[in-house]
Design a protein around this ligand. Sequence first.
Ligand SMILES: [Zn+2]
Length: 185
Amino acid sequence: MTDISYLLSPSGTILEVLTPEAWTAFALANGGDGIADPRAAEGHPIARFISGEETRLSVETALRVAAAGTPLRYLFRCDAPTVRRSMRMRLERTESGDVRAITHLLAEEPRAARLLFADPLAAPAGWPLRRICSYCKRIEDPGRPGEWLDGEEYESRGHTLEARLSHGVCPDCGAHLEGSFEGEE
Ligand SMILES: [Zn+2]
């Protein structure tokens, strides 16, 4: 997979998709037919494509840092139902003061488990709430707070898949985000 690159305003508006073919290929591979046309994404806030309030906030923070002139990068997971992907995001200010975002695929592997978590908004209110990390996609063990599990491990411990998800950032990814700030190169 080729890198996907796009220009963002400091406030997070997608100004231009710089690699339209890669954008479309990735959207279609993830069943995102509705966002396959890169021209239709331009002019919209990047937050529209990010799930989870905490994640949106940390992306906004990263954008502000990059727009102020400090390039940075962080790792995140972008899983589809049948594959796990490790990705790297890089943000850097352009000559014109916008921010260039480049996502790079580091690794991709097929996944065995089929997690069927419900859409938190559509799920019955009586279903239990589970915390999921927006970056690594691990889920906090409901019986052992502070322990974050891969989907496969969560399932193997017998936890229910009929749960509502609350998106957040696990301590490992939180520490990684804070440690990802690079100096000027
Ligand atoms: Zn995490």
